[in-house]
Design a protein around this ligand. Structure first.
Ligand code: MRU
Length: 357
C-alpha cells in the first residue's frame, strides 16, 4: 500500500529514501514486479518505455528523478547542484512530449530549487525530496476529490465505458477516470465497466482490467472496435476517460482512440466525461491543435510483445503510430477536476481554476 494511501492494494510509485520504487507496468498483468531506480537515466528509461506511465504518474516520477539527482549528486554546495539539476530537468523533459503533468512537475521542482537561497546543500536536498513527495500526496488527494465529484454524475445502476488506463497505475494510486468509477462503487452504486483494450499497447486489457479485478468492480473487456456495437445496443450509460493535456478551451489530448469514442458517444447520445487534475491543464495553448502528439515506434504496431502481426516494412509499407489524439471540447459533456465539475464553455472556468492551481 502506498504511504499516500492508494487504497487499490498496490503501490504505483514511492520514494524509498535514496531510491524510487515503482511497479514495472510493462510486465503486468503476467508479473507484478517492483523495480528500484537510483539515477536520472533510469527514471528517463522507465518513463520512455512505459514502466511508469499515465500523466500524473510520470509527473511524480520526474519530480522524484530530480530529488534523486539532488540526493546522489557529487556537488558540495547548493550553487554547484543547480546546473546538475538543470541538465537532469532537460533529460527528463525529453522523455515524452504529450502529458503536460511531466513538465508541470519539473517546473515546480526547478522553481523551488532556483527560487531562493539555501543555507546548506542538505536543506536544498530535503526541500526537493519533500516537494516531490507533496506532488504525489496532492495528486492522491486530487484524484479522491475527482472521484467524489465524478461519482455524482453517474446514475445508479450505470454501465461505464473507459479507454486506456486512467487508474491508480496512471496516478499516485487512486486514479482519475477509474477513480470516478471506484468512488461510485464505494458509494454503493451498481457500476459495471466496459474496458476498451486500447491498441496498440493494451493499457485497457493489461492494466485497467487488472485494476478493476483487484477492486472487484464488475468489468467486461472489449476490443476497441466493439465500442460502437455496445453503444448502438444501448448498453453504455456514460463514458469516462482521463487526460494527458487539456488546452485552455477544453480540448483534451488522451490515449489514441479516445477521440473516436467521443464521436461515437455524441452519435449515440451517451454523455462523455473527462476526469483530470488541474495539473493536466495547459493554459498556454489556446486549443488542442497546439498539443504535441507523441509518435512511437512502428514495432509497437507490427510486432506487439515480440509477436509479428504485420509483414516486414518496406519502401511501400509504412506504419503510423501516434500515441494520443485530441477530443474537441464540444464533444465533452463535463470535465471533472479536484475543484469540481466544469460544464461548457470550459475556457472561463479553466482559466479561473487552473490559473490559481
Ligand atoms: O501512453 P500512456 O499509457 O502513458 O497513456 C496514458 C493515458 O492516455 C491516460 O488516459 C492519461 O494519461 C490519463 S492518466 C490518469
Amino acid at each position: 500500500m502506498s504511504d499516500s494511501g492508494s487504497g487499490g492494494g498496490f503501490e504505483t510509485i514511492a520514494w524509498g529514501g535514496d531510491h524510487v520504487r515503482l511497479i514495472d507496468q510493462t510486465l503486468l498483468p503476467a508479473e507484478y514486479r517492483i523495480v528500484e531506480l537510483r539515477t536520472v537515466p533510469e527514471i528517463c528509461e522507465a518513463i520512455r518505455v512505459l514502466r511508469v506511465r499515465g500523466a500524473p504518474a510520470i509527473g511524480c516520477a520526474a519530480a522524484y528523478g530530480l530529488a534523486l539527482r539532488a540526493v546522489h549528486g557529487p556537488e558540495a554546495t547548493p550553487e554547484e547542484l543547480l546546473p546538475g539539476l538543470e541538465s537532469a530537468a532537460r533529460e527528463l523533459a525529453a522523455t515524452r512530449p504529450t502529458a503536460v503533468n511531466l513538465f508541470w512537475a519539473i517546473d515546480r521542482i526547478m522553481s523551488l530549487a532556483g527560487g531562493r537561497s539555501w543555507s546548506s546543500l542538505d536543506e536544498l536536498r530535503q526541500a526537493l525530496v519533500d516537494d516531490a513527495r507533496s506532488i504525489q500526496a496532492e495528486d492522491d488527494a486530487a484524484c479522491r476529490a475527482i472521484g467524489a465529484y465524478g461519482a455524482g454524475l453517474l446514475p445508479d445502476p450505470c454501465r461505464i465505458l473507459t479507454h486506456c488506463n486512467a487508474g491508480g497505475l496512471a496516478t499516485s494510486g487512486y486514479g482519475t477516470a477509474v477513480g470516478v468509477i471506484r468512488a461510485a462503487h464505494e458509494q454503493g452504486k451498481r457500476v459495471r465497466v466496459w474496458v476498451d483494450e486500447t491498441r496498440p499497447l493494451l493499457q485497457g486489457a493489461r492494466l485497467t482490467a487488472w485494476e478493476l479485478s483487484q477492486l472487484e468492480i464488475p468489468a467486461t473487456l472489449i476490443t476497441d472496435s466493439m465500442a460502437a456495437h455496445v453503444m448502438a445496443r444501448g448498453q453504455v450509460d456514460a463514458v469516462v476517460v482521463g487526460a494527458d493535456r487539456i488546452a485552455a478551451n477544453g480540448d483534451v489530448a488522451n490515449k489514441i482512440g479516445t477521440q473516436g469514442v467521443a464521436i461515437l458517444a455524441e452519435y449515440f447520445g451517451v454523455p462523455f466525461y473527462v476526469a483530470a487534475p488541474l495539473s493536466t491543464v495547459d493554459l498556454s495553448l489556446p486549443t488542442g491543435a497546439g498539443i504535441p502528439i507523441e509518435e512511437r515506434s512502428a514495432d509497437e504496431v507490427t510486432t506487439p510483445r515480440g509477436t509479428r502481426f504485420a509483414p516486414e516494412l518496406t519502401a511501400t509499407l509504412t506504419v503510423y503510430n501516434p500515441a494520443f489524439d485530441v477530443t474537441p471540447a464540444h464533444l465533452i459533456r463535463a470535465i471533472v477536476t479536484e475543484k469540481g465539475v466544469l460544464h461548457p464553455p470550459y475556457g472561463p472556468a479553466l482559466a479561473r481554476w487552473a490559473g490559481s492551481k
